[in-house]
Write a protein that binds this ligand. Structure first.
Ligand SMILES: CC(C)(COP(=O)(O)OP(=O)(O)OC[C@H]1O[C@@H](n2cnc3c(N)ncnc32)[C@H](O)[C@@H]1OP(=O)(O)O)[C@@H](O)C(=O)NCCC(=O)NCCS
Length: 187
């Protein structure tokens, strides 16, 4: 059981049932154990790090530059990591946007925690991070991911054949996005 006094005080945003906090290198064991226990939920869409060395490299990349922001979605009732939402490929200039990557962990999935976490991440993106646009690319058969985006107010912008190399092949993706104007209260 995580130490709630340190986890909640490091929260970046607080919701009714979840809070966001940054990734830490010391989360390696909890994160990778949860990832290993979530294979059935994640495949074939997602391949998060399952071993501490891979986690360490992944967190190093997330913390290294201004082009990514990573958030752990944690459940308030026990402080455990319920899932994660990353904003990748952040571009400033005239675009001010980033691309989402996310996954729930099996023990916490299907209870609305990721939906709340995504709203908190939208608040961070359109608030302190100063972004204007979040996008997400989703394979057409990934119903749970499409439902999450739809519930959060994203709109389908199009379809890109052979868009991302996932699980050994170039996969078609639906392109979804939301802009700051679409969430007047900031998410
Ligand atoms: C996509 C994914 C992150 C969604 O996570 P999730 O845990 O299902 O999302 P939520 O926490 O918002 O839960 C949604 C479900 O909980 C239900 N739910 C239960 N209690 C709820 C509550 N209090 N509030 C809102 N929803 C609630 C919702 O009705 C919804 O069910 P439905 O879609 O069957 O109608 C998860 O399925 C996942 O990790 N998939 C594999 C990885 C992946 O595809 N990543 C994205 C690649 S593009």
């Amino acid at each position: 059981m995580p130490d709630m006094s340190t986890t909640v005080t490091s929260a970046l945003a607080l919701g009714e049932r979840t809070f966001l906090r940054p990734y830490r290198h010391e989360d390696a064991d909890e994160f990778t154990a949860a990832a290993r226990a979530s294979r059935e939920l994640h495949r074939p869409w997602l391949f998060p790090p399952e071993q501490p060395a891979a986690y360490s490299a992944y967190v190093g990349r997330l913390l290294a530059g201004a082009d990514r922001a990573g958030f752990l979605v944690c459940a308030r009732h026990d402080g455990r990591i319920a899932g994660f939402i990353n904003i990748n490929n952040i571009v400033q200039g005239a675009l001010r946007g980033g691309a989402l990557g996310y996954g729930a962990f099996a023990h916490a999935a299907g209870r609305g925690l990721m939906g709340e976490g995504l709203r908190l991440v939208m608040g961070q993106a359109f608030g302190p991070l100063g972004l204007h646009r979040l996008e997400a690319a989703v394979q057409p058969a990934n119903a749970a991911s499409l439902a999450l985006l739809r519930r959060a107010g994203f709109r389908r912008e199009g379809f890109s054949p052979d868009y991302l190399f996932i699980d050994g092949a170039w996969r078609d993706h639906e392109r979804w996005a939301i802009t700051a104007e679409m969430v007047p209260d900031g998410g």
